[in-house]
Design a protein around this ligand. Sequence first.
Ligand code: AP5
Length: 222
Amino acid sequence: MILILLGPPGAGKGTQAKKLVAKRGLSQLSTGEMLRAEVLAGTELGAHAKRLMDAGRLVPDDVITDMIAKRIEGPDQRNGIVLDGFPRTEAQAKALDEMLARHHTKLDAVIELVVDDNALIDRISGRYSCKKCGAGYHDHFEKPKQAGICDICGGAEFIRRADDNAETVKSRLQSYHAQTAPILPYYRHRGLLRQVDGMALPIEVEHQIDGILDAVSRSSVA
Ligand code: AP5
């Protein structure tokens, strides 16, 4: 199964992608995480990307599609892929179709997480993650069971993203509405687009996505 999770910054794409990895064995390809890994490794690409990410602007299409092309051809994708944060422009959407066609495969579904812009600032400004294993938490919506200790690995150090501040989030939202939301009709016309209520609790969003994916699996077997 090849699936795209689409939605504005803070919509819950990463949260739901990780659940799909755990439950369905899908491989998560997150272009945001790949770029942050480049920043951490101190590469030239990372330095260039960091300037754009900190300003809430998109990284150029050719850089992103090269990164995805390398990963999509990797050996870990046997159970399928959940794309998180890619594609974000029409050029990226078309490049993805070409990549998949080269591998004699195609998209199964595009799921849009629909969330009010006003909720996103709160979600993003409260977000943090475990420094050791990357598990995601939120000051109000998703706290670790024991305060200050990661549920997954027991780590006690947490980090916040450099671009998770109110000013950058506004630019990220503008980029989403100007460059990413316009690709929704591209998928709607092909009958691939499904919407879920991203304002619901994470567990409810998860159930909505499960319902969609079960229906997609049934229709591909029938
Ligand atoms: P990226 O890392 O992709 O960031 P994003 O799209 O802005 O999305 P986020 O990771 O901020 O949010 P999310 O939807 O994953 O939400 P999450 O699950 O964490 O990209 C960062 C930057 O990299 C971009 O700005 C750009 O510069 C560059 N970039 C990346 N990809 C690119 C591309 N393809 N082309 C060009 N440039 C690219 O949830 C957020 C918080 O809310 C969490 O704390 C979570 O616990 C909480 N939460 C989740 N679901 C719910 C819920 N249902 N109810 C309440 N709280 C919830």
